[in-house]
Ligand binder design. Structure first.
Ligand code: AMP
Ligand code: GLY
Length: 429
């Protein structure tokens, strides 16, 4: 089979890497890909967020059998509907289903309609009314732009002043453009955050192995949110919590979507806050996590193509997902300045050292080739994953590997995976 992966980050590198191990895959294309992905896939520089006509023409011309979409923007813009109308096989949810991520207002109202536990909220399209509400209400608030905002549209605040500044930033200064025309103001939840992923073909549900990401920029989960600074797997959850997440969140979400004519197919990512054993939804994403994918796929024993194809063809019930007992940790190497304005064009050195270490995988994100050299081209540059027989060993291995890589201004968190090592943190109840 010839497959096309859409996207060009660490998640897509991990997808291509895993697909490249499938005996059923003859050739991988990636749009736009990056300097790491181009080692295993043929990369093409093409617009991929809305120009679906060119993408579909490319797929027909190259006789590509199956397209797998990494990022949310093309999904929210309807790439799956466009391809399906033309009889092209594609993995991911339809435009109507992808609204779970595309509109936080939709997602919150949907959860309310279906009694799915989430933080209490109000919706505003008038900044004065939102500010008045925040002034009158007690308790910490999270202010969220309705639409897509590169994962940065949720501002967690501690005081009224911060909440008002966040409203001003989103609605008056239009920091996220049209995405901030409406906002959600919701109660700030406390507890332990986990990512929960399921694959579904609309009939069966198969949860992926547990993982947890580290969203904040600084050690100890301090500082602003980023796209993700690292992840580890497993992040074991107790059997009763697991069952509760499926019964109270995943099943009613998928059932509710179907009832509303928005049948969900693909991978659903629920970002959850667990407080005193009770899960509540922080957010839904309609795609694989980045960097959670970089720790889950190295643990997957199955042929990824077979699994994703089964989702597409409605045969997921035939698949038994199997996982290596190993633990995986991924540390993101970021450019100085990220998640704000960051530096680019810095030469990356030492990667050849990683090729010699067993069970260490560098997944490229913001990397490009310039005059034969690898240089930085994004905020998140490389995610280094290590796989070992315990979480402790993976943490040791990953940091040993990271110490061999260098670029000017390279920043990374020193505590990735460590929260999973303390006795209390090991199992989320
Ligand atoms: P989102 O943009 O909804 O994906 O949220 C991004 C991040 O903001 C989440 O991963 C949480 O860390 C944080 N967050 C979102 N909503 C809340 C909430 N209600 N309470 C506390 N933290 C939140
Ligand atoms: N790991 C966060 C995300 O994929 O959105």
């Amino acid at each position: 089979m010839k497959v096309l992966v859409i996207g060009g980050g660490g998640r897509e590198h991990a997808l291509c890497w895993k697909l490249s191990q499938s005996p059923k895959v003859d050739k991988i294309y990636c749009i736009p890909g990056n300097a790491g992905i181009s080692e295993i896939a043929e990369c093409r520089q093409m617009e991929y967020e809305k120009d679906f006509s060119s993408l579909a023409q490319f797929v027909v011309k190259e006789k590509i059998d199956f397209t797998i979409v990494g990022p949310e923007v093309p999904l929210v813009n309807g790439i799956v509907d466009y391809f399906q109308k033309r009889g092209l096989a594609i993995f991911g949810p339809s435009k109507k289903a992808a609204e779970l991520e595309g509109s936080k207002v939709f997602a919150k109202k949907f959860m309310k309609r279906h009694n799915i536990p989430t933080a209490p909220f109000r919706i505003f399209s008038d900044p004065d009314k939102a500010i008045k509400y925040v002034n009158e209400e007690e308790g910490e608030k999270v202010i969220k732009a309705d639409g897509l905002a590169f994962g940065k549209g949720s501002l967690v605040t501690s005081t009224k002043k911060e909440a008002i500044e966040a409203i001003e930033l989103i609605m008056r200064k239009k920091a996220f453009g049209e995405a901030g025309r409406r906002i959600v103001v919701e109660e700030r939840l406390r507890g332990k955050e986990i990512s929960f992923f399921v694959l579904t073909d609309g009939k069966s549900i198969k949860p992926l192995i547990s993982s947890r990401d580290h969203k904040r920029i600084y050690d100890g989960d301090k500082g602003p949110n980023t796209g993700g600074m690292g992840a580890f797997s497993p992040a074991p959850i107790s059997p009763s919590l697991y069952e509760k997440i499926l019964r109270r969140i995943i099943v009613p979400t998928l059932r509710g979507m179907k009832e509303e004519g928005r049948e969900y197919k693909g991978v659903l990512y629920a970002g959850l806050m667990i407080e005193k054993g009770e899960p509540r939804v922080l957010e839904f994403n309609v795609r694989f996590g980045d960097p959670e994918t970089q720790v889950t796929l190295p643990r997957l024993k199955n042929d990824l193509l077979e699994v994703l194809w089964a989702v597409h063809t409605g045969n997921l019930y035939k698949i038994n997902l199997e996982w290596r007992h190993h633990a995986a940790v991924c540390v993101i190497l970021a450019s100085r300045g990220y998640p704000g304005k960051y530096e680019k064009g810095k030469e990356i050195q030492g990667l050849e050292n990683l090729a010699r270490i067993k069970n260490v995988f560098p997944f490229f994100a913001g990397v490009k080739k310039e005059n034969g050299k690898l240089v930085t081209s994004g905020g998140r540059v490389i995610g280094v994953t290590a796989l070992a027989d315990s979480l402790k060993r993976s943490v040791q291995d990953v940091y040993r590997a990271v110490s061999k890589v260098y670029f000017e201004g390279m920043y990374y968190r020193r505590d990735i995976g460590r929260t999973g090592l303390t006795k209390r943190a090991r199992v989320v109840e």
